[in-house]
Ligand binder design. Structure first.
Ligand code: GTP
Length: 484
C-alpha cells in the first residue's frame, strides 16, 4: 500500500527547486497558491458524452488522484505540502512561502542570524548537530500526520554548505530514527563544471556528502547543472536561440526542468493505476543493489508521438546529467504520461530503443514501462515522457568531482576552512578523514565499472541473495508492463 511522502528541502538550491516542484504539483492537482482546491474537471470521456440534443450533461468527476500522499488537508479545508523547509539564511524560504502560501509556516527551520553556511559543509553539519532537537521536532510532527509513512525525499545541492552539511546530518538523523520504517531517497543537484569557481571548495563538500549518501540513501536521483544549462529545447517551450545568461535565469529554467522530472517520477503514485503506485516499487525496479543506487533522468517534451517519446528518451540532449561516451544501462524505467496513448506507436518505440541501447550483460534487457495518467487539470492533448535509469554515465559525474577534489587535496588547498586551527596534526587528521570519504566515492565508481562485467554478480557474493530477491520481486511486479 502506498504511503505518504515527506519532503525536506534544504538550502538555497533545495528550496528554489522545491518551490518549482510544489508549484507543479499544485497545478497538476488543481490547487490554488493558498491550498484551496479548484473543482475536479469533467473527464474527457464524460465530456464526449455531452450532448445538447439529448439534454445529457456530464456530472463532475469524483477525484481519483492521491494528493493526500503529498499534501495534508487542514481543518480549514486547505491542502498544505508535507514539506519541511530548512535554510540557514531566510530570503529564499521567505520568497517561497510568499509565492506559495500553501506551505505550512510551522514547518520552516531558519537560522537565527541568517548568515548561511558560507559554502562550507562543516558549518552546515555542525549547525545541524547543534539544532538537531528542533529539526527532529519538526520532522516528528510531520510524520505524526501520516497514516503510513512511505518515504522521505530530500531536495538539495551537493556543493554549498547548507544543502550538503545540514543535508548530510539530516540523512543520518532520518536513518537513525526512521530508517527501519521508511525509505529515504534524495534529489541531488551537482554544480556546474564551467562555473566551478563560484564555490572553490565545492569538491570537498561534494565528497563529504556523497559519503553519507552511499550509506543512508535508498536511491539518489542526480541532476547536473552543466547538463541542465546545455539543454536547448524542453517541454517548457524553451526558446532554442536563447542561452542561459544570468544566474537567476539559468536556475529558473533548470529548476523547472528538475521539478518536472520530480513530478513525473511520482506521477503513478499521485494518479495511481495498478503499477508503480509507491516509491518503493519505483526504487525496486531501478536500484538492483545497495551499491548501485544513482539514478539519472531524461525529460522528453510534449508534441511528439509515443514512438518518438520513447526514442528521444535515450537522446543525450534531453538528459539531465552530462553524458560523455557510450552508456551501459543497468535498469530503465520509461514513463509515458498521457491519455489515449497509442499502444502501437509505443510498441514500435520500445522495439527500436531495445535495438539501440546497451545493457550490462548480467541483467535482463528489460525496458520497464510506466503508463502515467495525465492530470485532468492539464489540457494539452499530447503525451510527455520521462526516463529514469541506472546507468554508467554516473561514472563521469563522479569522476569530475574526484578530479576537482584531487587537485585541491594534493595541495591541501583551503583545508583551513574545515579546521579549527593551523595545527599540523589537526590538518592531517581532517585530510585523512576527507580522503576516507573520497575512497567511498571511488568505490562507487569502481562498482559501476565492475557492473559492466559479466561476472559482476559473482563478485558481489555477499549481496547475492539480496540482489536475487530484489530482482525476483521487481520482475514479478513489472511483468505486465514489459512489452518486450
Ligand atoms: P550555503 O549557501 O553555504 O548556506 O549553502 P546552500 O546549500 O544554501 O548553497 P546552494 O544551495 O546555493 O548550493 C550551491 C550550489 O548549488 C551552486 O554552486 C550551484 O551549483 C547550485 N545552485 C544554487 N541554487 C540553485 C538553484 O536554484 N538551482 C540549481 N539547479 N542549482 C542551484
Amino acid at each position: 500500500m502506498p504511503g505518504e511522502t515527506v519532503t525536506l528541502q534544504i538550502g538555497q538550491c533545495g528550496n528554489q527547486v522545491g518551490l518549482q516542484y510544489w508549484s507543479r504539483l499544485a497545478l497538476e492537482h488543481g490547487l490554488q497558491a493558498d491550498g484551496t482546491t479548484q473543482p475536479y474537471p469533467i473527464s474527457e470521456v464524460e465530456n464526449h458524452l455531452n450532448d445538447p440534443s439529448t439534454g445529457y450533461r456530464p456530472k463532475r468527476s469524483e477525484r481519483d488522484d492521491r494528493l493526500d500522499l503529498f499534501f495534508n488537508l487542514t481543518e480549514s479545508n486547505k491542502y498544505t505540502p508535507r514539506a519541511i523547509l530548512v535554510d540557514l539564511e531566510p530570503s529564499v524560504v521567505s520568497k517561497a512561502t510568499a509565492e506559495l502560501p500553501m506551505f505550512n509556516m510551522r514547518n520552516r527551520h531558519l537560522c537565527e542570524n541568517g548568515a548561511g553556511a558560507g559554502n562550507n559543509w562543516k558549518h552546515g553539519y555542525e549547525y545541524g548537530l547543534n539544532h538537531q532537537e528542533e529539526l527532529i521536532d519538526i520532522i516528528d510532527r510531520e510524520v505524526d500526520k501520516c497514516d503510513n509513512l512511505g518515504n522521505f525525499q530530500l531536495i538539495h545541492s551537493i556543493a554549498g554548505g547548507t544543502g550538503s552539511g545540514v543535508g548530510s546530518l539530516l540523512l543520518e538523523l532520518l536513518n537513525d530514527r526512521y530508517g527501519e520504517k521508511s525509505l529515504i531517497n534524495t534529489f541531488l543537484v551537482f554544480p556546474s563544471n564551467e562555473k566551478a569557481s563560484d564555490v572553490v571548495v565545492q569538491p570537498y563538500n561534494t565528497v563529504l556528502t556523497l559519503k553519507r549518501l552511499t550509506e543512508f540513501s535508498n536511491g539518489t536521483f542526480v541532476f547536473d547543472n552543466d547538463a541542465l544549462n546545455a539543454i536547448e529545447e524542453t517541454s517548457l517551450n524553451y526558446d532554442r536561440n536563447r542561452r542561459f545568461t544570468s544566474k537567476s535565469t539559468a536556475y529558473a529554467e533548470a529548476n523547472k526542468l528538475i521539478a518536472l522530472a520530480l513530478a513525473s517520477i511520482s506521477n503513478p503514485i499521485r494518479f495511481p493505476s495498478y503499477m508503480y503506485s509507491s516509491m518503493e516499487s519505483i526504487l525496486l525496479s531501478l536500484v538492483p543493489t545497495n551499491q548501485l543506487k544513482f539514478i539519472l533522468t531524461a525529460v522528453v517534451p510534449h508534441k511528439l508521438n509515443e514512438q518518438d517519446i520513447i526514442l528521444e528518451s535515450i537522446n543525450n540532449r534531453y538528459k539531465l546529467n552530462t553524458v560523455t561516451g557510450p552508456v551501459k544501462y543497468i535498469t530503465m524505467l520509461n514513463y509515458v504520461i498521457g491519455n489515449n496513448v497509442n499502444q502501437m506507436e509505443l510498441k514500435k518505440g520500445l522495439m527500436r530503443i531495445n535495438q539501440k541501447v546497451d545493457f550490462v550483460p548480467w541483467c535482463p534487457r528489460s525496458i520497464n514501462l510506466v503508463m502515467g495518467k495525465k492530470s485532468p487539470y492539464i489540457r494539452e492533448r499530447t503525451s510527455a515522457g520521462l526516463q529514469a535509469s541506472n546507468n554508467t554515465s554516473i561514472i563521469h559525474v563522479l569522476n569530475k568531482t574526484l578530479n576537482h577534489y584531487d587537485r585541491l587535496a594534493k595541495r591541501e588547498a583551503y583545508i583551513n576552512y574545515y579546521t579549527d586551527s593551523n595545527n599540523r596534526e589537526e590538518i592531517s587528521r581532517v585530510m585523512d578523514w576527507f580522503n576516507e570519504c573520497r575512497e567511498e566515492v571511488q568505490k562507487v565508481i569502481d562498482e559501476y565499472k565492475q557492473a559492466q562485467d559479466i561476472s559482476y554478480l559473482d563478485e558481489v557474493e555477499d549481496y547475492g541473495d539480496d540482489v536475487l530477491d530484489m530482482e525476483e520481486d521487481a520482475q514479478f511486479e513489472d511483468d505486465p508492463s514489459q512489452l518486450l
